[in-house]
Design a protein around this ligand. Structure first.
Ligand code: HEC
Length: 126
């Protein structure tokens, strides 16, 4: 079980679905293994993101981005923005990009893969 973080979702850690769930959050059954991220997207995440948002997670990084549910949820900072939308903002942010500016940046192809996935609502791989 996990808590979806949509526009009307709550500011909840998706792993915290056992806690108190505000009325406007949607509690769903988690897909097996947390849901599958499309291979093309996973390829980019593995190269550029999982050094910090993977396993083990860098302590300073707010959340893991290993499963589809990780992207649908919110990290717990009191705001109702799903992690996939936060990703979209940061990979297109020239001032404070992800990956952080001192590291090799996404190229246009890689950024396009992630942007197109988010534009489609970050669906699970079939
Ligand atoms: C070198 C480690 C590192 C790498 C690599 C990295 N991140 Fe991060 N990320 C962080 C840290 C630390 C934070 C928290 C500080 C901040 O928001 O800048 C963060 C924050 C975030 C956030 C939360 C932003 C918010 O609004 O709260 C998202 C989303 C994110 N990263 C996505 C990504 C994605 C996607 C990639 C790969 C394309 C990536 N990161 C690569 C370290 C990293």
């Amino acid at each position: 079980m996990w808590v979806a973080c949509g526009d009307d979702g709550g500011a909840l850690d998706p792993t915290d679905a056992g806690g108190i769930v505000p009325f406007d959050c949607e509690v769903r059954d988690a897909p097996a293994g947390g849901g599958k991220i499309p291979d093309e997207v996973l390829g980019v995440l593995e190269v550029h993101c999982y050094g910090c948002h993977g396993e083990p997670k860098l302590p300073a990084a707010p959340m893991s981005l290993l499963t589809w549910v990780d992207f649908q949820g919110c990290h717990f900072d009191g705001q109702r923005v799903p992690n996939y939308e936060r990703m979209r903002i940061r990979i297109n942010d020239e001032q404070t990009p992800m990956p952080p500016i001192r590291l090799p940046q996404l190229d246009d192809r890689e950024r396009g893969i992630l942007n197109r996935w988010v534009q489609r609502g970050a669906p699970q791989a079939p």
